[in-house]
Design a protein around this ligand. Structure first.
Ligand code: ASP
Length: 324
């Protein structure tokens, strides 16, 4: 009898410790993956990126710690990165072949499987906010171009001039590519932004926002606004946001495939993300993904030399990193 009571006590105390350590909420972000040369990335430049990544995480953390929803955390966190000229999303996005900026974004909620996205928009300051509005206020999932802008205006979003998004750095990238007369597009090394959050209600949301790839033509749209490619969330498995050469992600059904690996093959979020990045590598694609499951386990996988990334959990665990 004594033994039984002792066993029960040990079990109970282990459970209490575990319950306290298991995060009630968690948030993971990326700011793009790519070939990152340590030479170009001076300590000063790295510091600039780390400051914004930390600020984005802080905003998400404060939403979640005050009992906010995963959708609010994802939206507010991504807005911080869209407003920073450092990333290829919102201000600072890459240029198309025609010298314009065209933005894509998507968001998904894992509880209802509702999703919203916009593609190839030229005048929306914070695409992630409009993507969320498509999810919540329209009967559609994906709106593009002028139609998306019209919808945004009707929903009260003031349009901005395309020049608002322009930065010297991205213009130089386009000019260099045009000079080389390369007919290809490039992901301009890095910069798409993404976020996945688990809130204290146990719900997961994921979002992604990008300018796409430098020198893109013919209204090219990548994976970022495609649900199941660049973004996916399902409370039963997890949430995922991708960055990399979009065409490969679309062909793989990348983020939905990760969810399927977790659901059918019972892989952990890290195992599933790693396996999917393996498929990407086999196909010849480059990039990365962030993932988060319902227990707050985080994955940050990529096959490039670096990915701007970080996470924070309610139990105080935190990490921000750039290189492998
Ligand atoms: N995935 C984005 C696209 O292909 C670009 C990136 O993540 O760097 O549009």
């Amino acid at each position: 009898m004594k033994r039984l009571i002792l066993c029960l006590a040990i079990f109970l105390s282990t459970f209490i410790v575990w319950a306290q350590l298991a995060p009630k909420y968690a948030i993971v972000i990326h700011g793009g993956a790519g070939v990152m040369d340590q030479k170009d990335m001076t300590p000063e430049i790295q510091k600039e990126y780390l400051i914004v990544l930390n600020r984005a995480l802080q905003i998400g953390d404060s939403v979640l710690s005050h009992g906010g929803t995963c959708l609010d955390a994802v939206e507010k966190t991504i807005v911080i990165m869209e407003d920073s000229p450092l990333f290829n999303a919102g201000k600072g996005a890459v240029f198309t072949h025609d010298g314009l900026v065209e933005l894509d974004a998507s968001i998904m909620e894992g509880l209802s499987l509702k999703a919203g996205a916009i593609a190839a928009v030229r005048d929306i300051k914070n695409p992630i906010r409009v993507a969320r509005t498509v999810m919540e206020k329209s009967e559609h999932v994906l709106l593009n171009g002028m139609g998306a802008s019209q919808f945004a205006k009707e929903q009260g979003f003031a349009p901005v001039e395309n020049s608002y998004f322009h930065t010297e750095k991205r213009l130089k990238s386009l000019q260099e590519l045009l000079k080389k007369e390369r007919e290809t597009t490039t992901n301009d090394k890095h910069g798409t932004v993404g976020c996945v959050a688990l809130d204290s209600f146990g719900n997961i949301a994921a979002g992604t926002s990008t300018g796409g790839m430098t020198n893109k033509k013919y209204g090219r749209i990548g994976d970022s606004p495609i649900i199941g490619a660049g973004t996916y969330a399902n409370n039963e498995t997890g949430g995922f946001s991708c960055t990399g050469h979009g065409e490969y992600y679309i062909r793989l059904g990348f983020s939905r495939d990760i969810s399927a690996l977790m659901e059918y093959k019972k892989l952990s979020v890290q195992e599933a993300c790693r396996e999917e990045v393996g498929k990407l590598t086999k196909l010849g694609g480059t990039g990365g993904v962030i993932g988060l499951d319902k227990k707050g386990n985080v994955a940050m996988e990529f096959n490039t030399s670096g990915m701007f990334r970080g996470y924070i959990k309610s139990n105080g665990e935190k990490k921000v990193a750039i290189f492998k």
